[in-house]
Design a protein around this ligand. Sequence first.
Ligand code: KIV
Length: 271
Amino acid sequence: MSTHKDVKKITTNTLQKMKAAGEKISMLTAYDFSFAKLFDSAGIDIILVGDSASNVMAGHETTLPITLDQMIYHASSVVRGVDRCLVVVDLPFGSYQGNSKEALISAIKIMKETGGHSIKLEGGTEVVESVKRIVDAGIPVMGHLGLTPQSIYKFGTYTVRAKEEAEADKLRKDALLLQEAGCFALVLEKIPASLATEVSTSLSIPTIGIGAGNGCDGQVLVMHDMLGINVEFKPRFLRQYLNLHQQITGAVNQYIGDVKSGDFPNEMEQY
Ligand code: KIV
């Protein structure tokens, strides 16, 4: 299978070619310069500056409180760490809903002030007008369907979405609408794998799944979850690649012990 490992910069066009070639797309969230630099040099295809920053960076219970200016702070830090991958920045709650002009203004502010390459927003038919306006302004847009955390108070729960036929049908229609409106890719979050496969096959743009099975064109995870920094969150879809919680706790305990015992710094570690 051909790969796009040698591509100098990943663009939305590269992602389209990857889908056509059957090459899966890797995406991770990041929120700061150092991790973005690590993930980019490791070869990740896309970094998402997710509004999950509200949870994992700021400690809020939901993604709702994070502001546009806070997203801009995180995204501009990420962009400074990146040479190759595509950077997608979430439009936060309250910066686009119900007003396509405001959506466009928010998207332009993100592009101007962060140097990011594209934006992501949540929803289907409700945001199609905004998607069109933003795309018409030359800004690539990633859609997000299924479990859309900015609507958590409407859903009332973080369980799997679109299990019932009516909701699945709306999702199929929304996916097509978003593609027609000009989205370059779609995140499908926490929906049945069979539905995600069906939608991925029916679309010409790539889908990126989280809790949506293996039939998507790519996968995304929140970095704190896959690196085991946040070990309280253990959904079935998560594969944890490291236990940084344990490793960091061990290192910090050792450091505390070394400081308390006077072992650190030793002669070699002073001037
Ligand atoms: O904000 C985020 O991290 C996301 C991913 C879960 C897709 O939107």
